[in-house]
Write a protein that binds this ligand. Structure first.
Ligand SMILES: Cc1cc2nc3c(=O)[nH]c(=O)nc-3n(C[C@H](O)[C@H](O)[C@H](O)COP(=O)(O)OP(=O)(O)OC[C@H]3O[C@@H](n4cnc5c(N)ncnc54)[C@H](O)[C@@H]3O)c2cc1C
Length: 385
């Protein structure tokens, strides 16, 4: 039987980053198992690629403070591009409650070392982007080191580096079972062959709960459809713009290629493995787009180019990182709730630390531990978005 020191289930950006970090830390006998014939067919290939450190909770901020500089130096470190563009995130507040929320978050961010984030006034916003309908904007928060990456390129870069330094991947190989002996992981069964291993990393994205179940463990991760609408080439809004978030309704957009990528999380969406694009979404999002950006009333959109993908959501909208309490040797890197691309570098580092050293100094990992749900210690999320 084949064997590996660590088997990673799932070859998306998270599995790839875990492999990179393990190999870089000296653990080369790592095997990624990916059921699809090519990587990126899960959420990674559907992502908007936004990266930001402007979060409310310390743990999310700390993960971004590792991840964003990592992306900024990706090419240097790995020899592959990830197309990091530091164009920023600009949150627009139209209520005093939202403005207070941004101010409070910024204090937390600054206390953790994010010096570049700053508040902007309503007048600043109107002067910077006269194309916005911003009469009701009271102010906002901007961080210039936030921005975008190409998730597919980052995933390929992590994978290739790991492979070139001794790691392994098998594509077209679905894990169908997990062998557990005396409460410890012993190996995996797959559609190809069995692999003996003392350590498994669940990096199966929206399918992570089913993978945990194979080992008899529970994992509260649910799939939730998200849809994105790219515009055709459009020059009436600057292409140097940041990700702009309208906090009044959650509509957000960013430049992409010669057009823009439009996003809005429909609050009526319900959990499930739905990956079809819903045609009625086009009108819903264009209404919100034109409301905040009047020139978007005429933006050309080809609904056939729009797409849907899955968020992997947890009850407190924070990831689940660490070893299962139920099965020793089973590690989770799951439940990113919309932030898996921006937090993939930190996740790889944290998982590698936990597997190889039993501890990490990057974050207080107890906060994200799998057992927090059973203990009733969910993270208090102050998000008002
Ligand atoms: C529309 C949309 C927009 C998004 N925008 C952003 C954003 O702006 N910024 C951000 O940070 N995040 C964003 N996300 C979230 C982000 O894409 C995900 O959090 C991230 O891609 C998760 O990566 P992953 O590697 O865990 O999962 P995936 O990329 O889904 O990879 C999991 C892999 O596991 C494989 N797999 C599953 N089961 C098995 C099995 N039994 N055996 C073998 N292989 C298996 C799957 O085939 C898949 O390839 C967005 C997501 C969507 C859908």
């Amino acid at each position: 039987m084949r064997s590996a020191d660590v088997v990673i289930i799932g070859g998306g950006i998270v599995g790839a980053s875990v492999a990179y970090h393990l190999v870089a830390a000296g653990c080369a006998n790592v095997l990624i198992l990916e059921r699809e014939s090519s990587q990126g067919k899960g959420s990674t290939g559907k992502s908007m690629g936004g990266v930001r450190a402007q979060f409310a909770t310390p743990v999310n901020i700390q993960m971004s403070l590792y991840s964003i500089p990592f992306y900024a130096s990706f090419d240097e470190r790995l020899g592959f591009p990830c197309d990091y563009r530091a164009q920023g995130y600009l949150f627009l507040a139209t209520t005093p409650k939202h403005l207070d929320y941004l101010r409070a978050n910024q204090q937390t961010q600054k206390s953790l070392g994010l010096t570049q984030a700053r508040m902007v006034s309503g007048d600043d916003v109107r002067a910077l982007y006269p194309q916005l309908r911003a009469g009701d904007v009271l102010g906002g928060a901007f961080c210039p080191t936030d921005g975008f990456v190409d998730p597919y390129s980052a995933m390929v870069g992590f994978t290739q580096w790991a492979l070139e330094h001794g790691g392994h991947i098998q594509r077209g190989c679905e894990v169908t079972g997990i062998e557990v002996k005396s409460g410890r992981v012993a190996g995996v069964r797959t559609t190809k062959d069995d692999v003996a291993t003392p350590v498994i990393v669940n990096a199966a994205g929206a399918w992570a709960a089913a993978v945990a179940h194979m080992a008899g463990a529970t994992l509260p991760v649910e799939p939730l459809r998200r849809m994105l609408v790219p515009t055709e080439p459009f020059d009436e809004f600057p292409h140097s713009a940041p990700m702009i978030i309208d906090m009044s309704n959650g509509f957000h957009f960013r430049p992409e290629a010669r057009g823009f990528l439009l996003a809005w999380n429909d609050p009526e969406e319900t959990p499930g493995f739905k990956t079809d694009y819903e045609p009625s979404f086009t009108e819903k999002i264009l209404t919100r787009a034109a409301d905040r950006v009047p020139c978007f009333a005429d933006v050309p959109v080809n609904p056939k180019r729009a797409w849907a993908g899955l968020y992997e959501v947890t009850p407190d909208h924070h990831s689940i990182l660490g070893e299962s309490d139920e099965v020793k040797g089973l590690f989770f890197a799951n439940g990113f709730s919309g932030h898996g691309v921006m937090h993939a570098p930190a996740t790889g580092k944290i998982l590698s630390d936990l597997i190889l050293r039993g501890t990490t100094s990057l974050i207080d990992q107890r906060v994200l531990r799998p057992g927090r749900f059973a203990a009733g210690e969910l993270i208090h999320e102050t998000a008002v978005l």
